[in-house]
Design a protein around this ligand. Structure first.
Ligand code: NAD
Ligand code: IPM
Ligand code: MN
Length: 356
C-alpha cells in the first residue's frame, strides 16, 4: 500500500534542504506519496498558527513526517504561543513522539572537518537518546509573573513522571542492546530531585536488560567527556533539555551540525524525521546549506517507519560516495584538504541522486 509522508519544509534553510531530500526520495521511485504542509513561521504567515489544524491532521494520519526546520528573526518577538518553535513542540507532543534518536557518526572522509583531532573522533559512532515530550520544556506551571516585591520573575518546571522516565529508558536500553550494549544515563542528581528519580528509575530498569552495561554521569562532566574522549560512549540517554544541548555538541564531533539526522518515535513507531540543526537564518536563501542531515533523516524514516531498510542503506551509501568524491558544502569544506571541492545545497543533492 502507498505510504503517506507529510513533508514540512518550515522556515529559513528548511525548504532549501527539504527540496534535496525530496529529490532523493523521488529518485528512488518508491511507493510513497509526499504531501506538503505548513509549519512554523511559514504557517504563522499563511494560516495565523504555527501548527495549523490541517497540518496536524495530515501528520496524525501519515505513516511518517519529514521536517526541515522552523524559526527565524521575523517571529522572534512574537508571544510564546505564536512562535514557530511552538509548532514543532506541538507536533511532537500531539503525536507523542517521546523518543528522539540522534546518532552522531563520523564519516571517515570528514575527519579533518571536525574541530577535534582526528585520532579523538576517528570511527566515532554514538547515539543520543533524548526524551522529547516532557521535562522542563513542557512542565507546568510556567510563565513570567510579578512577585511580592513587585519584580518580574520567569519560571519553568522541571518534572518527569516515573512512566515517562521508564518509557524513554526502555527505548534507550533497547537501542543499546542492538549496538555495543553500553548505556550511559546523564543527569544532575547532585542538585535536581527530578533527576534523582530519573537515576533511580533507569537503575531499576537495568535489571530487565542484563546484557547492557549501565553507567551514570553528571551532565556537566558528560559535556566535558564528549569532547575529551567521545568514543568512551555507545548510547547516552537523557532528558529533553540536556539532550538538546549535548546533541548539538556531539554534532560538531561529526564535522558539522549539518551532518546530524534524527528520528522522533512514538509508542506505535510512527515517526517524525528531521535534522538536528535549526533554520540557520544567517545562511538562509544563499543556497549553501548542507542538506545531508535532512537526506540522512529521510534514510532513517525509510528504516524506522516505512520498513525499507534497503532504500535507507542506498541513501547512506550514496552520501558516503559523494563524500568520497570530495564534494563538500561550506560547513564541511576544509581548503587544506586536497581533492575536495566546495558545492552548494542543490549540487550536493544532485550528487547524492547521481550516486544512488
Ligand atoms: P541553527 O542550527 O539554525 O544554526 C546554528 C549555526 O549552524 C549557524 O551558523 C548556521 O548557519 C549553522 N548551520 C545550521 N544548519 C546548517 C546546515 N544544514 N548547513 C550549514 N550550516 C548550518 O541554530 P540557531 O542559529 O541557534 O537557531 C536559528 C533558528 O532555528 C531559531 O529560530 C531556532 O529556534 C531554530 N531552531 C529550529 C530547530 C528545528 O526546527 N528543529 C532546531 C534548532 C534551532
Ligand atoms: C531541536 C531544536 C528545538 C528543541 C527547538 C527549535 C524547539 O533546538 O530540535 O533541537 O529545543 O527541541
Ligand atoms: Mn536543538
Amino acid at each position: 500500500m502507498t505510504k503517506q509522508v507529510v513533508v514540512l519544509g518550515g522556515d529559513g534553510i528548511g525548504p532549501e534542504i527539504m527540496a534535496e531530500a525530496v529529490k532523493v526520495l523521488n529518485a528512488l521511485a518508491l511507493d510513497i506519496q509526499l504531501t506538503e504542509k505548513l509549519i512554523g513561521g511559514a504557517a504563522i504567515d499563511a494560516q495565523a498558527h504555527p501548527l495549523p489544524q490541517d497540518t496536524l491532521e495530515a501528520a496524525q494520519a501519515a505513516d511518517a513526517i519529514l521536517l526541515g526546520a522552523v524559526g527565524g528573526p521575523k517571529w522572534d518577538n512574537n508571544p510564546m504561543e505564536l512562535r514557530p518553535e511552538k509548532g514543532l513542540l506541538g507536533i511532537r507532543k500531539q503525536l507523542g513522539l517521546f523518543a528522539n534518536l540522534r546518532p552522531a557518526i563520523l564519516y571517515p572522509q570528514l575527519a579533518s572537518a571536525s574541530s577535534l583531532k582526528p585520532e579523538i573522533v576517528a570511527g566515532l559512532d554514538i547515539l543520543i537518546v533524548r526524551e522529547l515530550t516532557g521535562g522542563i520544556y513542557f512542565g507546568q506551571p510556567r510563565g513570567i509573573r510579578t512577585n511580592e516585591q513587585g519584580e518580574r520573575e520567569g519560571f519553568n518546571t522541571y518534572v518527569y513522571s516515573e512512566s515517562e522516565i521508564r518509557r524513554i529508558g526502555r527505548a534507550a536500553f533497547e537501542a543499546a542492546q542492538k549496538r555495543n550494549k553500553r548505556l550511559c544515563s546523564i543527569d544532575k542528581s547532585n542538585v535536581l530531585e527530578v533527576t534523582v528519580l530519573w537515576k533511580e528509575v533507569i537503575t531499576e530498569l537495568a535489571k530487565e536488560y542484563p546484557e547492557v552495561e549501565l553507567s551514570h554521569m553528571l551532565v556537566d562532566n558528560a559535556a566535558m567527556q564528549l569532547v575529551r574522549n567521545p568514543k568512551q560512549f555507545d548510547v547516552l540517554v537523557t532528558g529533553n533539555m540536556f539532550g538538546d544541548i549535548l546533541s548539538d555538541e556531539a554534532a560538531m564531533l561529526t564535522g558539522s551540525i549539518g551532518m546530524l539526522p534524527s528520528a522522533s518515535l512514538n509508542e506505535n513507531n510512527q515517526g517524525m524525521y528531521e535534522p538536528c540543526h535549526g533554520s540557520a537564518p544567517d545562511i538562509a536563501g544563499q543556497g549553501i546549506a548542507n542538506p545531508l542531515a535532512t537526506i540522512l533523516s529521510a534514510a532513517m524514516m525509510l528504516r524506522y517507519s516505512l520498513g525499507d531498510e534497503a532504500s535507507a542503506q542506498r541513501i547512506e551509501a550514496a552520501v558516503s560516495k559523494v563524500l568520497d568524491q570530495g564534494l563538500r558544502t561550506a560547513d564541511i569544506y576544509n581548503p587544506q584538504e586536497a581533492g575536495t571541492q566546495k558545492v552548494g545545497t542543490a549540487a550536493m543533492g544532485d550528487a547524492v541522486v547521481a550516486a544512488l
